[in-house]
Design a protein around this ligand. Structure first.
Ligand SMILES: [Ca+2]
Ligand SMILES: [Ca+2]
Length: 79
């Protein structure tokens, strides 16, 4: 029984640690102009990490493009 509690605790900590706000591209747990700049650079084909590209895909269509940029731009303006 103690093992099950430990496993649940580890899973809970993993979920909490892996949570990032929507639009947090650089992984600093905040959504800011920095994330918008990184996303813009990705859409221009500039250097980025695979994790940044994964986080930058905001609308679920499988590509990082102007639509994702528009979503994040709107979100950062009105949050
Ligand atoms: Ca961020
Ligand atoms: Ca997209």
């Amino acid at each position: 029984m103690k093992h099950i509690k430990n496993i649940i605790l580890i899973l809970l900590l993993f979920v909490i640690a892996s949570y990032r706000p929507f639009g947090d591209i650089n992984g600093d747990y905040r959504v800011s102009i920095t994330d918008l700049v990184i996303l813009h650079r990705i859409t221009l084909g500039m250097e980025s990490t695979p994790l940044q590209r994964l986080r930058a895909e905001l609308n679920g269509d499988g590509v990082v493009d102007e639509l994702d940029l528009k979503i994040l731009r709107t979100y950062t303006l009105y949050k």
